[in-house]
Design a protein around this ligand. Structure first.
Ligand SMILES: Cc1cc2nc3c(=O)[nH]c(=O)nc-3n(C[C@H](O)[C@H](O)[C@H](O)COP(=O)(O)OP(=O)(O)OC[C@H]3O[C@@H](n4cnc5c(N)ncnc54)[C@H](O)[C@@H]3O)c2cc1C
Length: 417
């Protein structure tokens, strides 16, 4: 039996059931990442992806194996690869957003025609639907409903799996195999942002970062600092690592519980866990809503702005030239670093939808291209929530001046950007 692990946004060795299950039997296993370049990526997104792939490649190499990085559409590349390597079974992590699931289904179908089986694992979220004891997680549900259900039913969170200590033989591609290799190395050269938050991608950096955040005791005051706009310690900054799967949500959960055991539980630790649960909520909702999450125009209070005036407002918002310093600061921070705090994402999105009257889907697409922590379910789910395109169609708007007074009272954030 020869197996193949197709890495997606699960670029890690620890707590990766896809990987652990594939290598358990000790038969030959090949590892592949396939880059599909159909979506534009900012330089910062390219850099973090490249660093994450470098770290994964090195991790596999240290265990005696290797990562093949190829370009193309997975449903076309994988069947050819399986034929050339003699693969019988392909293992991958299942994701929740529409396009990613469509790709999974296309992969499964194209491999089935060759007699190659597929096995999918839920490695991305905190909760696993197999543990939901018959309860249907995938139906329209508010965050508070999900939270209450989880609390009432005491759903377990699986303990994180250790990284494998060694890997079986890796089948080799012959020369002239006809694949287009994906060379991520040029993407490593993107310059660091001069100001603001910057983050090195990859599992190794992620594990160090987790240790530094927990060891620094920052979690103890998370509830008070999470809306801060200037310091890396204001919130955890785990999202870039979670988005590419360099860190597992279940490992973070275990570390939070260990922190509580050592230092006591408080409102900050509880709040932090709620935030991780928001992430699961958006993933479950992405699965429920399918394509609609990306297409529903929502029910804005007024007609959407269209035509040259709307194009001009959109361009001004993107480049941070709306004339509203709080929003302009956010849009510059995003463009110059790929990062934005949750508070400023909310304000920038609310301003785009409710003040400029623009189509939220274009704003969400701009974030998708630029955020270093881009995650389809979290990005489109949060935008939809603000725009009134969530499953309950209730819009959420922010008073920008009030927000600036509350969260940037001395103007330090506006001054920085
Ligand atoms: C318009 C908009 C777009 C967003 N796009 C993304 C995105 O593409 N990728 C992304 O990971 N998050 C997105 N978020 C959610 C949130 O802003 C980020 O997860 C958070 O700012 C990341 O910072 P942190 O890791 O320091 O979070 P912390 O405050 O330390 O929270 C811990 C973790 O909880 C999760 N989390 C926290 N808040 C949310 C939330 N509202 N929704 C989902 N998960 C949450 C994240 O995984 C985060 O890393 C978006 C929010 C808005 C309003």
């Amino acid at each position: 039996m020869t197996r193949l692990v197709w890495f997606r946004t699960d670029l890690r060795l620890h707590d990766n059931e896809t990987l652990s299950s594939a290598v358990r039997a000790g038969d030959p296993v090949a590892f592949v990442y396939i880059h599909d370049d159909s979506s534009p990526l900012s330089g910062f997104r390219k850099k973090i992806l490249a660093e994450s792939l470098r770290s994964l490649s090195e991790g596999l190499r240290d265990l005696g194996s290797e990562l093949l990085c190829l370009s193309g559409r997975p449903q076309e590349v994988l069947p050819r690869l399986c034929t050339q390597l003699g693969v019988n079974e392909v293992y991958f992590s299942r994701l929740t957003a529409f396009d990613e699931r469509k790709t999974e289904d296309a992969v499964t179908q194209s491999l089935a025609k060759l007699g190659v089986a597929t096995r999918r694992f839920q490695t991305h979220t905190l909760f696993c639907d197999e543990d939901a004891q018959g309860f249907e997680l995938y139906r329209p549900m508010s965050f508070s409903k999900l939270r209450k259900l989880i609390e009432q039913r005491s759903w377990p969170i699986r303990p994180p799996l250790a990284a494998p200590e060694n890997l079986p033989e890796c089948p080799q591609l012959g020369t002239g195999s006809g694949f287009i290799y994906f060379d991520f190395k040029p993407w490593l050269a993107q310059a660091e942002p001069g100001l603001g938050f910057s983050c090195e991608g990859g599992e190794r950096a992620a594990l160090d970062f987790l240790t530094k955040y927990m060891g620094g005791g920052h979690l103890r005051t998370y509830k008070q600092t999470r809306n801060g706009l200037l310091e890396w310690t204001d919130s955890s900054k785990f999202s870039p690592y979670l988005a590419l799967g360099c860190l597992s949500a279940r490992l973070i959960y275990r570390e939070v519980r260990a922190f509580e055991a050592a230092h006591g539980e408080n409102l900050s630790t509880l709040w932090f866990l709620y935030e991780l649960l928001w992430r699961d909520h958006f993933h479950f909702m992405a699965q429920v809503r399918g394509r609609e999450l990306f297409t529903d125009p929502g029910r804005p209070k007024r007609e959407l702005a269209r035509g040259p005036a709307a194009d001009k407002s959109f361009a001004a918002w993107r480049s941070g030239e709306t004339g509203r310093p709080f929003i302009d600061a956010a849009m510059k921070e995003l463009r110059l670093t790929g990062w934005l705090s949750n508070r400023m994402r909310q304000n920038a999105a609310s301003f785009f939808v409710h003040d400029l009257g623009l189509d939220w889907r274009e704003g969400a697409a701009w974030f998708e291209q630029n955020l270093i922590d881009y995650d389809p379910a979290s990005n489109w789910g949060n935008w939809a929530y603000i725009a009134g395109a969530g499953f309950d169609h209730k819009p959420h708007s922010f008073d920008i001046e009030q927000q600036a007074n509350m969260f940037d009272p001395d103007g330090a954030y506006r001054a920085r950007w």
